[in-house]
Design a protein. Structure first.
Length: 231
């Protein structure tokens, strides 16, 4: 009787368990900042007195830009100040404050617009919060101050234009009075003195026209002597 070859059954291995990532609710997660990095100065550089003064001047320009609500321009001035004086901590802090102020202004503006288009109690509640209210009051205050400043600027310009017009009218009147009171023969003599050299340069044949004039004759004599003309 033939022997039966034993059969070996190989057990199949279970597939490897791959653990997936947990899907979390990321609806409230803030997106990463993809903006280009801010320009930073070299903190190891030796700051000269000239650069320190220039940085302070840029800081003053930043404050003026903020008062006019030119926030992007204000940040540019602060960046310039940082590059000039990268060892000043207050310059970095001021730029950060300007960024926050700029973003808050945009946020409040958008919330006001959203509330006008479609009233929402949550948005209304945010706008009624103390900080939002302070920001809005601040915005209105400086809008009013800027308008008053522009009005004063226009008024000064109008006054300056009126003053210049009065001064021009006075000068014109004064000249007219002078010529009115000046004898005609004197005016004619002055006119002849100016015209004679021009006539001679245009044509030497004009010499005879002016040589008989006692006021003009000395001028002609000097010209002829200088250029070697006939006596």
């Amino acid at each position: 009787m033939d022997e039966v070859e034993p059969q070996f059954h190989h057990e199949e291995e279970d597939p490897e368990i791959i653990e997936p990532d947990v899907e979390l609710d990321e609806s409230h997660v803030v997106e990463p900042d993809n903006d280009p990095p801010q320009k930073m100065g070299d903190p190891t550089v030796e700051v000269t007195e000239e650069n320190r003064d220039a940085a302070q001047e840029a800081k003053i320009q930043d404050m003026e830009a903020i008062s006019e609500r030119k926030l992007e321009e204000a940040i540019e001035h602060l960046t310039k100040a940082i590059l000039l004086n990268p060892t000043s901590a207050i310059m970095y802090a001021s730029r950060g404050e300007s960024h926050c102020y700029f973003l808050l202004q945009l946020l409040i503006k958008d919330l006001h617009l959203a509330s006008k288009l479609d009233y929402d109690e949550e948005i209304s509640a945010v706008l009624k919060k103390p900080n939002a209210h302070k920001m809005e009051e601040h915005r209105r205050k400086y809008e009013r101050l800027r308008k008053e400043r522009e009005d004063r600027k226009l008024e000064r310009k109008r006054q300056r234009c009126r003053g210049e017009a009065r001064a021009a009218a006075y000068e014109k009147s004064k000249k007219q009075t002078i010529f009115k009171d000046t004898p005609r023969w004197y005016v004619n003599d002055i006119s002849s003195s100016f015209k004679a050299p021009i006539h001679l340069m245009e044509s030497p044949a004009n010499l005879g026209k002016h040589q008989a004039n006692p006021k003009v004759a000395p001028i002609i004599a000097k010209m002829l002597g200088k250029f070697g003309g006939p006596k």
